[in-house]
Design a protein around this ligand. Structure first.
Ligand code: FEO
Length: 397
């Protein structure tokens, strides 16, 4: 029944689009949905590469059975055990009891833990191969991209890389599967958000994986989320390379919390000053309105960050505390940093923002602006000066 996309000879796309889930990992918004990609090679031996979220097992199993056309499934290759890809393993094993599950030692510990499966396992190590007939597969470990067991599978016959989460993006694939058959422009911002939210902490492991994979002749990249990349491999590679090096575009993200608008007024003055002094890329996030997912994306995207917070219960504003923690966890490097804050009777926020900047080892720019109660002329001037100092930092080269 299914007319499945054959992305290379005998290699079929059997993935699923999820337009139901609101939050990926129950945290990150999915306004454009997400796909769980799975690929089936129907050679002398048959092999499925990764599965899909358990919520979609029913349709997924029908697609796999259709593509197999009465044959059995010889191998399931598990590149990644996060449940968005491993959710259907147990049902697949029930349907194909003789199926060998291909993975590494860490994969198998997780398969036991999640699914109680301890038999029919085929362990592979770095560089090991699996001959399906025409298709010759080899396996390369990519630990912490994005879990420790992650590996990638390379099909030397058609020069396909099954890359697990690497080179993935949020956003469903609507109709077409391969980038050559679709307009991909809307994926770029979603890819950056996906990277910042999901993989952002693991810059060094991503770099190690990219270096390892650069030795392969790759003509098609088949990730677990988003389009199959063929004509945009260089662009996708560049995004992952730059983001894992924490390289960023020139621009300023202003992140602020504000209960009654007084800290927000400071942010407005800083933004106006940045603009007046020549900065064009200015993005403002009210932490009580912007989801952290988008703030993180912009902290990865731009090279300068200015954060403002009111003092709340002698601490930072809780929503600011929360976004600082998410930035710190991701170990974002090499940013220009300015900060400001307000208080009513005793100031604490500015001191805590100073400690954050030091902990991140970011370059502190300008003099922090601190305001007691409402905006007055001296605070206005201090905010203006902070914006000017940051603008000078950006335009000095
Ligand atoms: Fe798409 Fe790390 O799972």
């Amino acid at each position: 029944m299914y007319k499945l996309k054959e992305i290379a000879s005998e290699v079929f796309y059997v993935g699923i689009n999820d337009r139901e889930k609101h939050l990926f990992e129950n945290m990150w918004p999915l306004p454009f949905g997400v796909s769980y990609n799975s690929y089936l090679i129907v050679d002398e031996k048959t092999a499925l590469i990764d599965t899909v979220d358990i919520s979609f097992s029913d349709i997924f199993l029908k697609k796999v059975a259709d593509a197999l056309n009465g044959r059995t499934l010889d191998y399931l290759i598990v590149n990644h055990m996060e449940p968005d890809h491993s959710g259907s393993i147990r049902l697949l094993r029930e349907q194909y009891p003789d199926m060998q599950i291909v993975g590494n030692k860490l994969t198998f510990g997780m398969i036991d833990g999640y699914h109680g499966i301890t038999t029919g396992l085929h362990e592979v190590k770095e560089g090991d191969t699996l001959d399906l007939g025409k298709h010759k597969l080899s396996f390369y470990m990519a630990p912490m991209v994005h879990w420790p067991e992650v590996m990638v599978t390379y099909d030397a016959t058609d020069k396909l890389l099954f890359s697990a989460d690497a080179f993935g993006t949020f956003g469903t694939i609507d109709g077409a599967v391969v980038d050559t058959d679709m307009n991909v422009e809307h994926f770029w911002e979603e890819m950056k958000r996906y990277y910042a939210n999901i993989v952002g902490k693991y810059g060094s492991p991503v770099q190690r994986a990219l270096q390892k994979l650069s030795a392969l002749d790759i003509q098609t990249v088949c990730p677990t989320h988003g389009p199959v990349w063929r004509e945009n491999i260089a662009a996708v590679w560049d995004i992952y390379n730059k983001m894992s090096l924490y390289e960023a575009e020139e621009g300023v993200v202003i992140i602020y919390g504000s209960m009654y608008g007084n800290t927000e007024q400071m942010a407005e003055v800083i933004a106006a000053s940045l603009s007046e002094h020549g900065v064009k890329n200015i993005v403002m996030h009210n932490v009580s309105k912007s989801h952290a997912s988008y703030i993180l994306k912009d902290v990865f995207k731009y090279n300068s960050v200015i954060i403002g917070s009111p003092t709340y219960s002698n601490q930072l504003y809780p929503e600011i505390e929360s976004i600082l923690s998410k930035i710190q966890i991701r170990e974002v490097k090499n940013r220009n940093f300015g900060y400001f804050g307000s208080f009513t009777w005793a100031g604490a926020a500015v001191k805590r923002l100073a400690a954050f900047g030091e902990a991140m080892k970011w370059d502190i720019i300008g003099t922090p602006a601190e305001q007691k109660q409402g905006l007055k002329a001296d605070n206005y001037d201090a905010c203006w000066a902070l914006g000017e100092a940051m603008a000078k930092q950006l335009t000095k080269n």
